[in-house]
Write a protein that binds this ligand. Structure first.
Ligand SMILES: O=C(O)C(=O)C[C@H](O)[C@H](O)CO
Ligand SMILES: [Mg+2]
Length: 403
């Protein structure tokens, strides 16, 4: 069996997605998600110019060999563009292999470790009351875990809060980057009130999560972690930028609030020290940005040695292909933690038919051979690409800060 064709499909049913399709000479095909929010066309160029030509004629069953050919063979290793391209190839090849085996992907990985996969939804509001209403809606819809993000008085536009209450949050909302203004002190003085209000209204059993989105220094994160301990968060995410993994060691000395990090990671080496020193509790690197199933499986295995659990990134800027494959992975992986879930638009779900389903705060994995997600190429063509950029963030004095 040989790879006969491979090509990228760029579609934008409300937001941009990049999908790689690999077709064998026996007619079987697989698809992978190659979406890198705000940098989509960089991955398309890398795939079309430097990856796809090297795939033609290869045996699609040799997943591990192809992975190393694209990783070691690239010379310029790692990085979000390279690893998203490798991930898309890897996801498509696992899809093909599972289809050839006539089994759902989770069976190929090792079978079910659980019957359903707990998710967390996104409750956002321009103020605490609006956010509580969104929490209530999620609880009514059966969610057992909710991420809470609310506006902060004195900060005009903040990460994770939709422009209009009740609308989904879409960060890539302009052709060129919007500029937001940030105040750490206003945020730190306000956000503990959000968690107090959630616990007051919804009690102790609801899993509550929060995303700081890389904006604090280690000692500020230590202060926040300590202050929110009475509200026993499920996790505090991306509390500091994680290039310097040791920073989490300082935070860890001050607080028992569980820490999650890694949605921007693209290889095991971004997380190795964090995991081996048990500086974190959840690793967020997911299939599309961290080299696919072949590599993320290794991250999860290392994490499992150190009581670190998976908590895959899962916003609407990862396509249903990534989500579908992730649910198979989540169903298998022994050290599963939780799966992020921002429902895609109905237009997106039409372009990407899938067999996973949401039920009572959990995902139920599908039983179709492969990862269970397809792409309607004819429909995809109706949604042309339009550049969309993530914002940048400045402090009140104009310093370019972390977004
Ligand atoms: O879903 C999350 O936790 C995020 O932080 C979302 C990111 O801002 C988003 O994926 C960037 O494209
Ligand atoms: Mg995040």
């Amino acid at each position: 069996m040989k790879i006969e064709r491979a090509y990228t499909i760029v579609t934008s049913p409300g937001r941009n997605f990049v999908t790689l399709k690999i077709v064998t000479d026996q007619g079987e095909y697989g698809i992978g998600d190659a979406t890198l929010n705000g940098r989509e066309m960089a991955v398309v160029a890398y795939l079309e110019e430097h990856v796809i030509p090297t795939l033609i004629g290869r045996d699609p069953q040799r997943i591990e060999d192809i992975w190393h050919y694209l990783y070691r063979g690239a010379y310029w290793r790692r990085g979000p563009v390279t690893m998203s391209a490798i991930a898309a190839v890897d996801m498509a090849l696992w899809d093909i292999k599972a289809k050839l085996a006539g089994m759902p992907l989770y069976q190929l990985l090792g079978g079910k470790s659980r019957d359903r996969v707990m998710v967390y939804g996104h409750a956002t509001g321009r103020d605490i009351e609006a956010c509580l209403e969104e929490v209530a809606r999620h609880v009514d819809e059966g969610y057992k875990a909710v991420r809470v993000q609310a506006g902060v008085p004195g900060i005009a536009s903040i990460y994770g809060v939709a422009k209009k209450d009740g609308e989904p949050y879409e960060p890539a909302d302009s052709d060129l980057p919007d500029e937001h203004v940030w105040s750490t002190s206003k945020y730190l003085n306000h956000v503990p009130k959000l968690f107090a209000a959630v616990r007051e209204r919804f009690g102790d059993d609801l899993h509550v999560l929060h995303d700081v989105h890389h904006r604090l220094t280690p000692i500020e994160a230590a202060r926040l972690g300590k202050e929110v301990e009475p509200y026993h968060l499920f996790w505090l995410e991306d509390c500091v930028p994680a290039e310097n993994q040791e920073a989490f060691g300082l935070i860890r000395q001050h607080t028992t609030t569980p820490l999650a990090v890694g949605e921007v990671f693209n290889s095991l080496f971004d997380a190795k020290a964090l995991i081996e020193n048990q500086w974190i509790d959840y690793i967020r690197a997911t299939l599309t940005h961290a080299g696919g199933i072949t590599h993320v499986r290794r991250i999860a295995d290392l994490a499992g040695l150190y009581h670190v659990r998976t908590g895959f990134h899962g916003p609407t800027d990862l396509s249903p292909v990534c989500l579908g494959a992730a649910i198979h992975f989540d169903t298998w992986v022994p050290n599963f933690g939780i799966q992020e879930y921002m429902p895609h638009s109905s237009a997106t779900d039409e372009v990407f038919p899938h067999d996973y389903r949401f039920e009572d705060g959990h995902f139920i994995v599908g039983e179709k051979p492969g990862h269970g997600v397809d792409i309607d190429e004819k429909l995809a063509k109706q949604y042309p690409y339009k550049r969309a950029s993530l914002p940048v963030n400045r402090l009140e004095d104009g310093t370019l800060w972390h977004w």
